[in-house]
Structures are given as structure tokens and as C-alpha cells.
Design a protein around this ligand. Structure first.
Ligand SMILES: [Mn+2]
Length: 361
């Protein structure tokens, strides 16, 4: 069903960037607004929106559906040329916002056939809307992270002598499903030993050994919303002095960023809190990525917590806080939580403990 509140926000955000009409083609954005999952493949799927614009959904007849979404649906056949159909609804004297993900051949046809007076990337309006989660979304994000917390407790118990990263990963989907998730939000990272010093290591046939670091960066989907959390454990042995120091630095960077975060703060300054701690500890060059990314229906959404982002954190933003140190000699450690920005700080969605934990004992 059309979510009028979300559409209203998209239209207001469009207006702010000087657009009164836009065709959204990203299927996830269309799902966000209409509650309907439509997979268009190479065919055109579009949702015309804007202030003073009657919303119209353009769908290939192949994907015909019965339910009433509360919006006008225009079906077309594979044999129908697209632009004459769009011309019936798009105001030709006005500029048209187009989706950053729209295939360029559709846009080129629109330009050739004079569908609108001009074209501009309108996706910022949708992205800004999606970056501020409403209460329904927050609740689903909480549930997804709760499942992730429960799953982490089971994942660490999969580690035993002789097991490989791939074997551990092969059990994860079943665990998620048994806890009520529908699937992964991204392919899980399981990294033993020095592999933890590669931030995007993919599970391979590495066998765990005593004294190894065991890093899990994992997430699932619950009611279409994504979770994402990282914890780093030590297998059968307390970390040595260097690894302990690396761990405590990352832990402090994570804790302090979450503790000091306030709405209105520039996102780059939140990154700066964590980066400052790691840099002061002497590992600045080993923190090789941004502090976090926005998340919701997709694991990586528009918006990030990086040194380059001048935008302020807004109440309702949900993003990750995931500092890491990747040092092949000393240790590879990342600790990641998701947070919701609130009026007076943030709500941390992950409750799985962050103290140094020796597993496999
Ligand atoms: Mn993440």
C-alpha cells in the first residue's frame, strides 16, 4: 500500500532540489514507497512522483498484480514503445527528475522524444528520505539486530579444532533462519588469524588454531530490514600484549563514537572521534576505511560516516559504527554495532558483549 507519509517527504525533498516531478526506477525505492516488490529485470519499471503530480506506477504487463496499492498503475506490453506512454503523464514543460539507477537507454529515448523540458538526477530526494527512518522501520531494524545478537552467540560456538572458515560459514544461514530471519543481508565474513587483518576477507579453507583471532562480520534480514555486526574473539588463548592493545583501542574507538554521538554533529566528526583514538594509539594508517555506512532495506544505503561527509547526523539515521585496525603483525580487529540517532545521542541496536572473550575453552 502506498505510504503517503514517505511519499510526502520524497515530494518535499524533490521540491527542495528544484524538481516537481520525478520517475523513480530503483525497485527497492519503489518497494519502500508502495510496499510492493516488483522485479523488472531489463524491462522498464517506473514510479512517477512529485508535488502536484498524481503518482503513477508503470509496470510491464508480465508483472500484473491484483492488489490495490492506492496508486494508479499503468501496464504496458513488451511491444509498446515506452515514451508515448510516459508522455501521457509527465508534464512536458517541466524538468523531470530521473533515478540515478535508471538504465541510460530509457533516458536517451526520453530525451530524443522530448518527454520533459529537461532532466536531472533526482535520487537525492529519495535517498534523503530513506536516510531518516520512521518508527516502523526502526522497530524492524531493532528486531533484525536482536536476531543478529542471538546468532552471534551461536556462531562463536561453531569454532572448534580442525574447523575451516568455510565450514563455519556454511551453518550460519540455518542458524539465522531458526531465529526468524529470512536470509543474509550480505555474505558473511569469517576470518581466522591473520585473515582478520583483511577487512573484506571471504571465508576460505583456513583452519583455526589455538591463539587465533576469530572475526565475524555478519548480518541477516528480518522483515526486509538488514542487520550488520562485527565481533572479534580469541581462540583458546588470551591475546598477547600487542593484540590486547589493538583490541582495546578499537573497543575504545567504538565506545567513544557511540557515547559522544549527538544529532547535528557532522558525520565526519563522528568518524574523527574513532579515528583520533586509533591514530593516537599509533595505528592510524591501519584503519583503512570509513567509520560507518547507512543501512536499512539495504546493507549499504546512501550516506556514510566518513572523513569527507560534511552533513550532520539527523534523528532517525541508522548507521554502523565499525572502527578497525588491520595490522598483519600485531592483530586484525573490528568491532561494529548499528545505532539509531536519537534526540539526545544514539540507541545502540546491538547488545552482544564487546569485552575481550576467549572462546573454545
Ligand atoms: Mn558494516
Amino acid at each position: 500500500m502506498l505510504n503517503k507519509e514517505r511519499l510526502g517527504r520524497v515530494n518535499r525533498n524533490l521540491d527542495q532540489i528544484g524538481l516537481r516531478q520525478m520517475i523513480i526506477t530503483d525497485p527497492m525505492a519503489i518497494f519502500y514507497l508502495t510496499g510492493k516488490k516488483l522485479y523488472s529485470g531489463e524491462r522498464f519499471l517506473g514510479f512517477l512522483v512529485g508535488e502536484d503530480t498524481e503518482p503513477v506506477l508503470f509496470v510491464n504487463a508480465l508483472m500484473r498484480f491484483e492488489e490495490d496499492l492506492g496508486v494508479k498503475v499503468v501496464y504496458y506490453m513488451d511491444s509498446d514503445p515506452l515514451t508515448p506512454i510516459l508522455k501521457k503523464y509527465v508534464r512536458p514543460e517541466e524538468k523531470l527528475g530521473v533515478d540515478k539507477n535508471m538504465a541510460s537507454h530509457f533516458l536517451l529515448d526520453m530525451i530524443d522524444d522530448g518527454v520533459a523540458a529537461g532532466y536531472a538526477n533526482g535520487s537525492l530526494a529519495v535517498d534523503r528520505t530513506r536516510a531518516v527512518k520512521d518508527e516502523t522501520e526502526k522497530e524492524k531494524m531493532r528486531r533484525a539486530s536482536r536476531v543478529n545478537d542471538l546468532a552471534m552467540a551461536q556462531f562463536k560456538d561453531l569454532i572448534h579444532d580442525g574447523v575451516t572458515e568455510t565450514e563455519v560459514a556454511s551453518h550460519m544461514l540455518d542458524i539465522y533462519k531458526s531465529l526468524g530471519a529470512t536470509g543474509y543481508s550480505f555474505s558473511p565474513i569469517v576470518a581466522f588469524g591473520v585473515n582478520a587483518a583483511d577487512p573484506h576477507h571471504m571465508p576460505d579453507n583456513t583452519v583455526v588454531k589455538e591463539g587465533d583471532i576469530v572475526l565475524f562480520d555478519v548480518g541477516c534480514k528480518v522483515e526486509d530490514y538488514c542487520s550488520d555486526m562485527t565481533r572479534t574473539f580469541f581462540y583458546k588463548k588470551e591475546p598477547d600484549e600487542k593484540a590486547r592493545r589493538v583490541y582495546e583501542l578499537v573497543r575504545k574507538a567504538n565506545d567513544e563514537a557511540e557515547r559522544q554521538l549527538r544529532p547535528g554533529m557532522k558525520l565526519k566528526d563522528i568518524d574523527g572521534i574513532a579515528r583520533g583514538i586509533i591514530t593516537e594509539g599509533g595505528y592510524g594508517p591501519d584503519f583503512t576505511h570509513r567509520l560507518g555506512h547507512f543501512i536499512g532495506l539495504e546493507t549499504h544505503e546512501f550516506g556514510d560516516v566518513s572523513q569527507a561527509n560534511e552533513n550532520p547526523a539527523e534523528v532517525g539515521n541508522i548507521f554502523s559504527i565499525e572502527p578497525g585496525i588491520y595490522n598483519k603483525q600485531d592483530a586484525g580487529v573490528r568491532i561494529e554495532d548499528l545505532v539509531i540517532v536519537t534526540e539526545d545521542g544514539c540507541e545502540v541496536l546491538n547488545t552482544y558483549p564487546k569485552d575481550i572473550q576467549v572462546i573454545g575453552l
